[in-house]
Design a protein around this ligand. Structure first.
Ligand code: ADP
Length: 271
């Protein structure tokens, strides 16, 4: 039930007639609105850390009168804010690269088991303060055709989100297994969960359930939107099931054409 928007033009037609031309500009108007919202969101996301940074910078000329403990706090906060901006800019670049990408997903094999080992090491570092019990259940013979950097970004965004949005000492399970000839990925946590009313919009750019909380974790609000784009580029779709207070499961599968496993005994694919 989208309200249609039309643009009208009236032109003379012959001696005694007028011609009315109506053009449906609904989609164009929507796209323009999305573009405006996007620019407004990016500006807002950058302005907040910049305001904090410049506020702290003003205290620096006075540094000799400031207690060292306070100064340390100032530097640490400045570092956090600049990391936040860096993170945002990096994720924006990833998004625009995916959108502009003409790379074909069938051209290269990705070494997913190796990639999972690298992500597991990063997850363990990130997990130092949270102390979750994280289990990686990876089929070391299972891989796919795809775009290395994009898949890495999708897997790690989902795994790191599970770490961020699960209260300390939680349970996180990462699975990479063959299911019905398809490579299947899932990450399950027993964390915060997401209310149903947010689920529909959760993969939109900059959409967050709890803005303040997500910012504290360093989140830009772009992670799930990156995952969605990556999966659509690989003809796949993100499935989410979640219960508030119980936890969430994020999963997706790659078609059998993209899946490579010794049990499938496939020959070279030609696409
Ligand atoms: P962010 O950078 O804020 O983490 P994302 O796009 O990755 O952005 O996620 C959007 C929002 O979805 C998060 O702000 C958080 O509220 C919610 N979310 C994502 N993953 C989980 C999860 N595993 N458990 C609970 N909430 C989650």
């Amino acid at each position: 039930n989208i309200r249609k928007i039309f643009e009208y033009r009236i032109m003379p037609y012959g001696e005694n007639h007028l011609l009315l031309i109506a053009r449906d500009v609904t989609r164009l108007t929507q796209l323009e609105q999305m573009r405006k919202d996007f620019v407004a969101n990016v500006s807002h996301e950058l302005r907040t850390p910049l305001t904090v940074l410049s506020g702290y910078l003003e205290t620096l000329p006075d540094a000799e009168n400031v207690p060292p403990a306070f100064l340390n706090k100032v530097f640490s906060e400045m570092r956090t804010q600049s990391e936040r901006m860096q993170n945002l800019v990096e994720e924006l670049l990833i998004l625009s690269r995916i959108e502009a990408s003409s790379e074909r997903v069938f051209d290269k094999q990705v070494d997913v088991p190796q990639m999972m080992l690298a992500i597991e090491a990063e997850a363990n570092t990130l997990n130092k303060t949270k102390q979750h019990h994280i289990r990686f259940n990876i089929d070391s013979e299972l891989t796919v055709y795809g775009i290395d950097t994009e898949l890495r970004s999708a897997f790690s965004n989902l795994i790191f989100n599970a770490i961020h949005y699960t209260p300390a000492k939680g349970e996180i399970i990462v699975e990479w297994q063959l299911q019905d000839d398809q490579a299947h990925f899932s990450v399950t946590d027993n964390g915060d969960g997401i209310d149903e009313k947010h689920l529909k919009r959760i993969t939109e750019r900059f959409y967050r359930v709890d803005k303040a909380r997500s910012r504290k974790t360093g989140g830009s609000g772009l992670g799930l939107s990156i995952v969605k784009h990556v999966l659509s580029h690989h003809n796949s779709k993100l499935e989410i099931s979640s219960d508030v207070g119980q936890g969430s499961a994020f999963s997706f599968s790659f078609s059998s054409e993209l899946t490579i496993h010794k049990s499938l005994l496939k020959m070279e694919k030609k696409v």
